[in-house]
Design a protein around this ligand. Sequence first.
Ligand SMILES: [Mg+2]
Length: 107
Amino acid sequence: MSDKTEKFTAFGTIPDAYQSELLTIAGEECNEVAVRISKMQRFGIDEVEPGQLNTNAARLSMEIGNLQCMIDELVDEGLVDREWVSIGYHEKADKLPRFMRNTKVRS
Ligand SMILES: [Mg+2]
């Protein structure tokens, strides 16, 4: 029987302060991409939010650029492996048609 007061110890390498900050910023960029996707779905691809200069498409694209920058930083810092990224990319591309309900209507 385990003692519930027993302290759990992580055996993995804990990110240092710099790496942790990069991970935090990368997570923030993931959330910003998610927000832009939601806004595009709700308000339209080419809508320009009052007070903004760019369309939802442009703003989503910029946030994806922000995220891509952070992904590159994570790769440079050794926290993300480009080969695994490539494996994940191709795995998703292969599975996508099988799991989507809709098919592309435009060429
Ligand atoms: Mg951003």
